[in-house]
Design a protein around this ligand. Structure first.
Ligand code: PAF
Length: 295
């Protein structure tokens, strides 16, 4: 695996590959890799000839009060994991390579609709930061396919919408969330949890699974589904976990609006704060088709 730190170096390397007719797959990351990232790299390896991954902790997507400086980093381990997953090129630009000091970024990408509500409500400038860096990375890497985890389902929707609206020649591939054996969705931020918080954290996926079961069993009232999740989080987190439900909701998987009564392809979304660490998770569920009168 080659490690490249400059935009010019990466472009030269990938232009040569493209000139030979080789397809480029891309996995953008902020590093501190785990099995979730590795599964994206493996999918890119399966589908494309040259696999590029980036490690860049993007300051644009962190608010002033967020964990930019403390965001976990371990480039040596990341390089080993990326090599083992079959990545050909690891792009590791510095912040000044991406956002040169004498040329601060004046152009940003805002995806309305998909960026609003849920993570967008809790982190108002977050998705503009994500969309801007992803657009910039796509323009640097020029991939034909890019791989994102469903774990960040709203991010995936924002990226899909940006690519569609701006006619970017990239196929966006969403990949299933990878979970710990106890159901906790893998995330670099799990490293921040205390022992008590880590022990309680599977409540997040348990709440989603129980709500999905309720919908499969015929529950069509969105308020009842929200209550199922809120009650489980309240019951299964003690004061030692310093936790609070941020949101638990059920939305249409494409429009992010809540149908009432619930119908069609739905996404259950949840965010729980454990002290200053926010864990987010989601699952898809299809509401059973109600029997029509006389059938
Ligand atoms: O999901 C992430 O790790 C980041 O939001 C991304 C897509 C790499 C952009 O910085």
């Amino acid at each position: 695996m080659k490690r490249i730190d400059t935009i010019a170096g990466l472009r030269a390397s990938l232009d040569a590959a493209r000139a030979e007719g080789r397809s480029v797959g891309f996995v953008p990351t902020m590093g501190y890799l785990h099995e979730g990232h590795v599964s994206l790299m493996r999918a890119a390896r399966r589908d494309t000839d040259v696999v590029v991954s980036s490690v860049f902790v993007n300051p644009l997507q962190f608010a002033a009060n967020e964990d930019l400086d403390d965001y976990p980093r371990d480039l040596e381990r990341d390089s080993e994991l990326a090599t083992a997953a079959g990545v050909d090129v690891l792009f590791v630009p510095s912040t000044t390579e991406m956002y040169p000091d004498d040329h601060p970024i004046a152009t940003t990408v805002t995806v309305t609709g998909a960026s609003e509500g849920f993570e967008g409500a809790s982190r108002p400038s977050h998705f503009a930061g994500v969309a801007t860096v992803v657009a910039k990375l796509f323009s640097i890497v020029g991939p034909c396919a890019a791989y994102f985890g469903e774990k960040d389902f709203q991010q995936l929707s924002v990226v899909r919408r940006m690519v569609a609206d701006l006619s970017m020649p990239v196929e966006v591939v969403g990949c299933e969330t990878v979970r710990e054996p106890d159901g906790l969705a893998m995330s670099s931020r799990n490293a921040y949890l205390t022992e008590a918080q880590r022990a309680a954290a599977p409540v997040v996926s348990r709440a989603l699974r129980t709500a999905a079961d309720a919908i499969r069993a015929g529950e069509t009232d969105p308020s009842a589904v929200r209550r199922v999740m809120a009650d489980i989080v309240a019951a299964d987190t003690g004061p030692e976990t310093d936790s609070e439900l941020d949101y638990a909701d059920v939305v249409d998987a494409v429009s992010f609006a809540t149908p009432d009564p619930l119908a069609g392809d739905l996404r259950l979304l949840i965010a729980v704060r454990f002290a200053s660490t926010r864990l987010i998770d989601n699952v898809g569920v299809t509401a059973p088709v109600a029997p029509t009168r006389g059938s």
